[in-house]
Write a protein that binds this ligand. Sequence first.
Ligand SMILES: CC(=O)CC(=O)SCCNC(=O)CCNC(=O)[C@H](O)C(C)(C)COP(=O)(O)OP(=O)(O)OC[C@H]1O[C@@H](n2cnc3c(N)ncnc32)[C@H](O)[C@@H]1OP(=O)(O)O
Ligand SMILES: NC(=O)C1=CN([C@@H]2O[C@H](COP(=O)(O)OP(=O)(O)OC[C@H]3O[C@@H](n4cnc5c(N)ncnc54)[C@H](OP(=O)(O)O)[C@@H]3O)[C@@H](O)[C@H]2O)C=CC1
Length: 284
Amino acid sequence: MQSKKIMVIGAGQMGSGIAQVFAQSHFQVKLNDISEEALTKGLNTIEKSLNRSVKKERISQQDKTDTLERLSTTTKLSDAFDCDLVIEAVVENMDVKTKVFGELDKITADHAILASNTSSLPITEIAAATHRPEQVIGMHFMNPVPVMPLVEVIRGLATSDETYQAIDQTTKALHKTPVEVNDYPGFVSNRVLMPMINEAIYTVYEGVATPESVDEVMKLGMNHPMGPLTLADFIGLDTCLYIMEVLYDGFGDSKYRPCPLLRKYVKAGWLGRKTGRGFYLYDR
Ligand SMILES: CC(=O)CC(=O)SCCNC(=O)CCNC(=O)[C@H](O)C(C)(C)COP(=O)(O)OP(=O)(O)OC[C@H]1O[C@@H](n2cnc3c(N)ncnc32)[C@H](O)[C@@H]1OP(=O)(O)O
Ligand SMILES: NC(=O)C1=CN([C@@H]2O[C@H](COP(=O)(O)OP(=O)(O)OC[C@H]3O[C@@H](n4cnc5c(N)ncnc54)[C@H](OP(=O)(O)O)[C@@H]3O)[C@@H](O)[C@H]2O)C=CC1
């Protein structure tokens, strides 16, 4: 294993999960966010998740202590200077991501690989913000990261075989399964999943059924572990809308138009579980 020192950028629900699985697999991890508050929240999430694993006797108290010792937090992106691999998990916005990659390109060592956990944005365009597009790749984890076995590995136009092989091996070192995918809007996962979620929102918007009924149909009828509206709240309605916009812009096909109800909820700040309200209400 070549990549030992890691930085994860963005301490939200994905970044904290990604930092946890790397630390559990013996990587030294720096977790970065622009806000101290987000870092504290991210660390709390990781600790809670590890406590659950100790309680279930999947890991020992010592494993938990060792994992937390491998994790540090920082608000300074410049601390990426000695990292072999950086995984970006900030908000799903191209301007924010290209700014982060442009800065990382200047900060990190020449050999460092820069990966994005983007759900849908073109890796090729993110890579173009750097002078090392052959060392930029998509490493798309699924939510909740500690539980889901898949990592969709996305090759940008210029991604080298060497970079792909390094990320393939790193994914396996995390005890996850890499699946290689080419760089088209939404890749495979969200090109298939998100139109289903958007269509479920349309059925509520058009009064076909309540959110509860839509979810029951898909859980009891199709054996989905979560109904699509519960899943949308879990992913974050802002992220769902960003992904639909990427599909709509990227393919120019009206079948990807985001449901007006989804837009309305995002405008209202009803982003799902993370804000306490989406299609359902949550205790925070
Ligand atoms: C948007 C994108 O770009 C891509 C995406 O990620 S799309 C989203 C992909 N994810 C999904 O589709 C998730 C669908 N849902 C599920 O698979 C399941 O509902 C679930 C695994 C999340 C929870 O399963 P469940 O059986 O309903 O709940 P539960 O029994 O409480 O949890 C199962 C295990 O998952 C773990 N778990 C659940 N939620 C967790 C979380 N948020 N973080 C860490 N671990 C979690 C629990 O520890 C539990 O294991 P133990 O009981 O052994 O401790
Ligand atoms: N949610 C999901 O199910 C999945 C999401 N993804 C992708 O992962 C990424 C993150 O999503 P998610 O974790 O849900 O989002 P969250 O909103 O939970 O977390 C994003 C975090 O990044 C922080 N942030 C924003 N800008 C910067 C920056 N310039 N530098 C450092 N930190 C920054 C945010 O801080 P603040 O809140 O202060 O702005 C926030 O703490 C997105 O690209 C998303 O598409 C991928 C797979 C699944």
